[in-house]
Design a protein around this ligand. Structure first.
Ligand code: SF4
Length: 193
């Protein structure tokens, strides 16, 4: 399948999934701010609630994606992290952040092609507490060919995205008092070291 065909299939699948998504999930995404606010005033608890909501929504999206355990292409992309996610990983794994970190601006492609520090031969070592972007990054392309780091920056494909969920995540970070995002490689050492 050529690039044009791949893009067309992805676009069609995205339209289809949007059309047939169960009403319950549509309402959950549309009202996710309210759902999260009803859990607790504590942003750390709200983050867990948001992840649970996303688990339900993305379980449905699993039916449309070639993403599968063992495919680690997007674990070699830039992975942005906010302070609340860093604390969530630290508190639930015992893994602590590096003392010093390089000051590199995100979005420059500096980390593209470099494996995430938590990527192991068995997959993600922190999967239950993985960052927000790892949960959100799902392709609906027919296969994972274009996800390869050599192609992913040149072949533009539609991706599944829920603006309301993005906004709620941003709001939780704001409530936690930190909105800065840095790359996961700036925060954590590779596990094997
Ligand atoms: S945290 Fe896990 S899922 Fe996210 S990029 Fe790293 S290895 Fe992949």
């Amino acid at each position: 399948m050529n690039t044009r065909e791949t893009q067309l299939v992805a676009k069609t699948k995205l339209e289809m999934l949007t059309k047939i998504m169960p009403k319950k999930l549509v309402l959950m995404t549309q009202h996710c701010q309210q759902v999260i606010d009803n859990t607790s005033p504590d942003p750390s608890v709200q983050l867990i609630a948001l992840y649970q909501l996303m688990n339900e929504v993305y379980e449905f999206i699993d039916n449309f994606t070639p993403c599968h355990k063992g495919c680690n292409h997007c674990c070699c992309y830039e992975v942005s992290l906010s302070e609340i996610e860093i604390r969530f990983i630290e508190d639930n794994t015992g893994i602590k952040r590096k003392q010093d970190r390089e000051n590199i601006k995100l979005g420059k492609g500096v980390f593209h092609g470099k494996p995430c520090p938590f990527l192991t031969e068995e997959g993600c070592a922190v999967y239950p507490v993985r960052p927000y972007v790892c949960r959100r990054h799902v392709t609906v392309a027919p296969d994972n060919t274009c996800c390869d780091t050599n192609l992913s920056q040149t072949v533009l494909l539609p991706v599944v995205r829920f603006e309301q969920i993005d906004e709620v995540f941003g709001e939780i970070c704001k409530r936690y008092g930190h909105t800065e995002r840095i790359d996961i490689r700036q925060v954590f050492e590779p596990l094997s070291r």
